[in-house]
Design a protein around this ligand. Structure first.
Ligand code: NAD
Length: 363
């Protein structure tokens, strides 16, 4: 089966880490009958330098006409003086909007070999394997009315609105339950239904959608309690589903439990397709030095196989390859500790690609 994937390496370390992700994909192409046809484009600063805009219509079409998008990272000091309307980050916002990506997935998983990287005690983080499913296109960040106005007496008033329609809630709830069926089958719905009416509706709709997924266990948690539980006993969570604002905060909190930014993948999903990217930025401080950790991007590739192409076995193989690589002691500088073997970006990519191939061949 062949799928089309638009690849935007972007800026800074984006270029180097995408090279490593491609090594893994080429191995999968070679060994399995799931063939990804990679079509490369420019986004972010790289596009500004060539075309004067962060994303051309042509590159947007490339993304729209693909089954999935793989993105490195965009941005850097070179483009910071530019106006917001043409900054590199605009490319991401345009892609999210035009591809209708309403669900943001941020997994937080602690690899046993890296438990000491967390700021929490090892016995507390060793079993963390959760995913935050955040609503991405509605709620407090987008609903109207919004803005700052001046009242008749001259005082200024700032307004944002927390509003969700049933269909907006239903589609994100459905995504969360679908994801849970591919995992440990547990969804924690996070809201503030005791205070916010909009999230009372949110809870009602989640309960309604749950009827279609009887094999998944559902529980509810208020957001303040969830923030506390994430640092008290994070292993209790499998899938957390929540609105845009709560998800923004909780996904950062959850990911930091793992302690290493170079290891964190992410996905944004729409009705069809999706965009996959590491959770980190373009790291201009280490760009071009063969120091960047490519694992977040490689794990984003695994998510792409799992969630867009429904190829769980390939995703498992890639994740297992990362785990084996860490088990054998290979580390990029960001996760290096005494007694392990330091390798550069390119070498790390080679090792993980080789191990992915080995695992796929032995399956
Ligand atoms: P950053 O994530 O790029 O870097 C933060 C720190 O983490 C740096 O010290 C960096 O060296 C390190 N780091 C990040 N990724 C790493 C990796 N894979 N391996 C090893 N170390 C890694 O965040 P920042 O410095 O705040 O932002 C830099 C640029 O990236 C800015 O222009 C920002 O706008 C942009 N940015 C882009 C995205 C994106 O493309 N999705 C996300 C965040 C920031």
């Amino acid at each position: 089966m062949e799928h089309r994937v638009a690849v935007f390496p972007g800026d800074g370390i984006g270029v180097e880490i995408m090279e490593q992700a491609k090594k893994v994909i080429y191995k999968v192409n070679e060994i399995t009958d799931v063939k990804l046809n990679l079509r490369e484009g420019l986004a972010g600063g790289a596009s500004i330098d060539k075309y004067g805009v962060p994303l051309t219509d042509e590159n947007l079409q490339l993304a729209i006409n693909s089954d999935a998008v793989l993105l490195g990272a965009v941005g850097g000091p070179k483009w910071e003086p530019l106006d917001y309307s043409i900054r590199p980050e605009r490319a991401l916002l345009t892609l999210r909007k035009e591809l209708g990506l309403f669900a943001n997935l941020r997994p937080a998983k602690v690899f046993p070999q890296l438990v000491d990287a967390s700021t929490l005690k090892a016995e507390m983080v060793k079993d963390i394997d959760l995913i935050v499913v955040r609503e991405l296109t509605g709620g407090l960040y987008f609903a109207q009315p919004k803005g700052v106005t001046t009242l008749e007496d001259g005082r200024r008033k700032g307004v944002n609105t927390l509003a969700y329609t049933e269909d907006e809630i239903e589609r994100i709830a459905r995504k969360a339950f679908e994801i849970a069926t591919q995992r440990r089958k547990k969804v924690t719905n996070v809201d503030k239904a005791n205070v916010l009416e909009a999230t009372e509706l949110w809870r009602d709709v989640v309960v309604e959608v749950h009827k279609d997924f009887p094999e998944v266990e559902l529980n509810h948690m208020y957001v303040d309690n969830c923030a506390m539980q994430l640092v008290r006993y994070p292993a209790q969570f499998d899938v957390i589903v929540t609105c845009n604002m709560f998800g923004d905060v909780l996904s950062d909190e959850a990911s930091m439990l793992t302690g290493s930014i170079g290891m964190l993948p992410s996905a944004s999903l729409g009705e069809k397709g999706g965009m996959y990217e590491p959770a980190h930025g373009s790291a201009p401080d280490i760009a071009g030095q063969d120091k960047a950790n490519p694992i977040a991007t490689i794990l984003s590739v695994a998510m792409m196989y799992r969630y867009t192409f429904k190829e769980g076995k390939i995703a498992d193989a890639i994740e297992k390859a990362v785990e084996k690589t860490l088990e054998e002691g290979y580390r990029t500088p960001d996760i290096f500790t005494q007694g392990t073997t330091q390798v550069g970006t390119g070498k790390m990519g080679d090792i993980i690609a080789e191990k992915t191939a080995e695992i796929l061949k032995n399956n």
